[in-house]
Design a protein around this ligand. Structure first.
Ligand SMILES: O=C(O)CCC(=O)C(=O)O
Ligand SMILES: [Fe+2]
Length: 282
């Protein structure tokens, strides 16, 4: 089962549910006003995407998303509400601290992507998001925390995410069967948070005219390369006006593991890029 908890639940309880089942639905992750404001801000932008006209990094990924899914990425450049109410959501901070914190000096945004699954979209193949880092020896500690935040209702028919609870505990080659899938049905404003080790897939959209819109947001230990090149997607001229923690999360903070016997990653002039943003040197 996918446990359901309220946004006000104790973060320890959220993390206990997440580590046991691999996924947890958070009710009222965003309030109704925030959902409305977000839809007003990013809705027209994602609507403008033409999935039949865009290109992808390779044909495999083109197939993974298909031609019925609209995309909007680089969200921090498009929506200040995204930054303030989603990227900096306190639940992500609490959960990342507990799940990723022990394996890094700090975590970072991996991908912040608005996905709108349209009528005719097919179910994605079942995958684990952390397999993008396939060169990492297995098993390894959790390196990624992922989520879908619903900006419209997620239903069985319109493409709600399918997840395999408990698959974070599986080893080796076990692959899910269809009867092990559960559907993350949830109202707009709810979110499903899941570990990078959990099998899941965006569902098929079998409706005639209903679009399923949600943020696909994930965080990763700060020493792994991110899927989205966040510092190029949100260049210095945009980043300098964002809160410091948002700058850090989109990659302007060096990963400094000196205290734990490691080294630094991602510096500019052997300094934190956040310092250079603040001084105007970047
Ligand atoms: O859209 C969804 O429900 C899931 C998307 C997903 O799993 C992915 O893009 O990796
Ligand atoms: Fe995924």
């Amino acid at each position: 089962m996918i446990p359901v908890l309220h946004r006000g639940a104790d973060p320890d309880q959220i993390c206990a549910a997440l580590t046991e089942h691999g996924a947890v639905i958070i009710e009222d992750f965003l309030d109704a006003d925030t959902v409305a404001a977000m839809n007003a801000e990013v809705g027209p932008l994602v609507e403008a995407d033409d999935p039949t006209a865009r290109t992808f990094v390779n044909p495999f990924i083109a197939d993974f998303f298909g031609t019925k899914v609209k995309h909007l990425s680089g969200l921090a450049t498009h929506s200040r509400a995204f930054v303030d109410d989603v990227l900096l959501h306190p639940i992500y901070d609490e959960v990342c601290r507990r799940v990723l914190g022990p394996s890094c000096a700090d975590w970072t945004l991996n991908v912040g992507h608005l996905l709108q699954r349209g009528p005719g979209a097919e179910q994605q193949y079942l995958h684990r998001d952390h397999d993008v880092w396939n060169f990492l020896p297995s098993p390894h500690p959790e390196v990624e925390l992922a989520s879908l935040v619903a900006l419209t209702p997620f239903t069985a028919d319109n493409g709600a995410t399918r997840l395999v609870p408990g698959s974070n505990h599986w080893d080796g080659d076990r692959y899910p069967t269809d009867d092990e899938l559960e559907i993350a049905e949830m109202p707009a404003g709810a979110a499903v948070i899941y570990l990078g080790s959990v099998f899941h897939a965006g569902g098929a959209n079998c409706t005639e005219d209903e679009w399923r819109r949600g943020f696909h947001l994930s965080f990763v230990v700060g020493w792994l390369r991110t899927e989205e090149n966040n510092t190029l997607a949100t260049p210095p001229d945009v980043a300098r006006d964002l809160p410091l923690r948002a700058q850090e999360l989109i990659g302007y903070k060096a990963h400094d593991a000196i205290e734990t016997g490691g080294g630094y990653l991602g510096v500019v002039d052997v300094r934190h890029p956040t310092e250079l943003l603040a001084s105007g040197e970047l």
